[in-house]
Design a binder for this molecule. Structure first.
Ligand code: MSP
Length: 507
């Protein structure tokens, strides 16, 4: 079976997870589910980045022991992913023993290769980014990402010889044009490399929070050098060679635009130094804010995903985020837009289509699916829309363009609604001479809903299953993509149980 290994960023557990974190996990989950549906054996990872200075600092400011603190906050991320149906196969915490071993091993290999040396560093350090910034990168002295004042760090520590990888990195970018997606991000990274890479420090002195440097226990490994390695750890590096061979190299690392350089420059260079194959791609998504304001806990503009799902449900949130904000772009979470999409697209367009279909089959055919007779013009039009939707939705997902995939899927939902308007089965139902025609219409509607459910499954898995259940088609199974697109999957004479409306009105 073909495999697909997909990773997400591991979040800093220094507070509650917010909708920005969820945007990434839901997008990645959509791909994980799409690939499973296509028959891939998928391994999907995420977790938490516990060893960072910013976590230790937040804990201490709250008068807490960092270990105690992460034990409280890390499970909140894990719970949220379960709540949002993010189908990750593994959730790693970087304080786990297996990760300590993997990080130490990469460090050792890079050192043995001559790529790690001792030196002195001074500069401005942003704790939220866990990154040094040269003066020229600051905005009026502030961090370019967080707009907060960086701290002056002056340390003797270990350095990684990133500069000596410049040519090899450029060569890799040239030979693998899809290594960084989307292309405009690839160009940004490429320009950055061409400007000249500087070595970066890979250890921190004066703290005991983190993974000890294997060759010098007085220091801990710099959090980025440690965090990136999580992708290898969960695939079995270094001890489980068989598992590592099965999953590595990763097919896609999904991360936000702010941490692209770490993934597209540091990480491949680290792997080159450790003589490990490079991942196939790094996918950088955009950021969401709250109605134009950066999502931040301090200013009260961080949206709690649980608050959203309590009102609208999990799938509507997933659907809304995927549909509203193209994955590679920046966008806003807007409560009114969520409400509008919920009522219009989910409730009216899709929910009513299902509701009308199952209630007509209930009323006119005692809840048993009739067999279809020959096609007339409206069936030909509808079935052509289905063929088109399979093509377009698949290419939207393949391009990580969930927004386009879903809007193409809604073209099919609209076509099915137009089909009801054109054929008016409710007007023919009382006329015995039209019984065959009504059978055909009802079958075509139910079968269209089966196609819609399969195409919707990566984005809104529970809704897809509920549609399948209501039309008597069971549930969406892994590997269903190829056979599922054929016309006629629904077996006539089977029960169509129907059920409650999917998206009741919310006042
Ligand atoms: N711990 C590092 C990642 C290490 S990966 C080896 C980190 N953590 S984070 O908690 O700050 O961010 C985690 C992910 O969430 C990142 O990919 C980041 O881009 C993403 N997002 C954080 N806020 C976001 C939005 N407001 N919108 C979209 N994604 C956001 O960076």
């Amino acid at each position: 079976m073909k495999t697909y290994y997909l990773t997400c960023a591991i979040d800093y557990p220094n507070g509650e997870p917010h909708l920005g974190h969820a945007f990434e996990k839901i997008g990645a989950d959509c791909i994980a589910r799409f690939k499973r549906l296509q028959g891939y054996n998928v391994y999907f990872s995420t977790g938490v980045d516990e060893n960072s200075l910013n976590v230790a600092r937040t804990a201490r400011e709250a008068g807490r022991d960092p270990r105690d603190f992460v034990n409280e906050f890390s499970p909140r991320f894990h719970n949220l992913w379960q709540h949002l149906d993010v189908s990750a196969d593994v959730f790693i915490r970087t304080t786990e023993e297996r990760h300590t071993l993997a990080s130490a091993e990469i460090f050792r290999r890079a050192h043995a290769n001559g790529d790690i040396y001792k030196g002195k560093y001074e500069g401005w350090y942003c704790l939220s980014c866990e990154n040094y910034y040269p003066d020229t990168d600051l905005n009026e002295g502030m961090c370019p990402v967080h707009s907060t004042k960086p701290e002056w760090f002056s340390e003797e520590n270990y350095f990684f010889a990133l500069s000596s990888y410049q040519d090899r990195l450029l060569e890799h970018f040239e030979q693998n044009p899809g290594f960084v997606q989307p292309e405009f991000r690839r160009n940004e990274v490429l320009n950055f490399i061409k400007e000249g890479l500087k070595d970066f420090s890979v250890s921190r002195a004066g703290t005991d929070w983190g993974i000890p440097v294997p060759i010098d226990e007085s220091q801990v490994i710099y959090v980025w050098f440690d965090a990136l390695i999580n992708y290898a750890t969960v695939a079995g590096f270094p001890d489980d060679a068989e598992r590592f061979a099965k999953w590595w190299p990763a097919d896609a690392h999904v991360i936000g635009k702010d941490i692209l350089r770490f993934h597209a420059i540091y990480w491949p260079a680290m792997l080159m130094a450790a003589e490990v194959e490079l991942p196939k791609s790094v996918v950088g998504h955009g950021w969401i804010d709250l109605e134009g304001k950066a999502m931040s806990k301090t200013t009260g503009t961080a949206v709690d995903p649980f608050e959203v799902t309590a009102k609208y449900g999990v799938d509507p949130l997933r659907y809304y985020l995927l549909r509203e904000v193209p994955f590679f772009r920046d966008g806003s979470f807007v409560w009114d837009n969520l409400d509008a999409r919920y009522h219009r697209e989910l409730g009216n367009d899709l929910g009513n289509l299902l509701n009308r279909t199952v209630s007509m089959i209930g009323r006119y055919r005692d809840g048993v699916l009739p067999a279809a007779g020959p096609n007339s013009e409206p069936e030909t039009v509808l079935q052509a829309a289905i063929v088109e939707a399979w093509e377009k939705v698949a290419s939207g997902f393949d391009a990580w363009n969930f927004s386009e995939a879903l809007s193409d899927l809604w073209q099919l939902v609209a076509a099915a609604n137009r089909y009801v308007d054109a054929t008016q089965p409710f007007k023919l139902a009382g006329d015995l001479e039209q019984a065959g025609r009504v059978d055909t219409i009802l079958y075509n509607l139910a079968e269209s809903l089966r196609h819609i459910a399969l195409l919707l499954a990566p984005a809104a898995p529970t809704t897809a299953d509920r549609i399948m259940e209501q039309i008597g088609a069971g549930s969406v199974e892994a590997g269903a993509w190829e056979a599922g697109r054929e016309w006629g999957g629904l077996v006539a004479e089977g029960p169509v149980p129907g059920g409650d409306p999917l998206f009741p009105r919310i006042e």
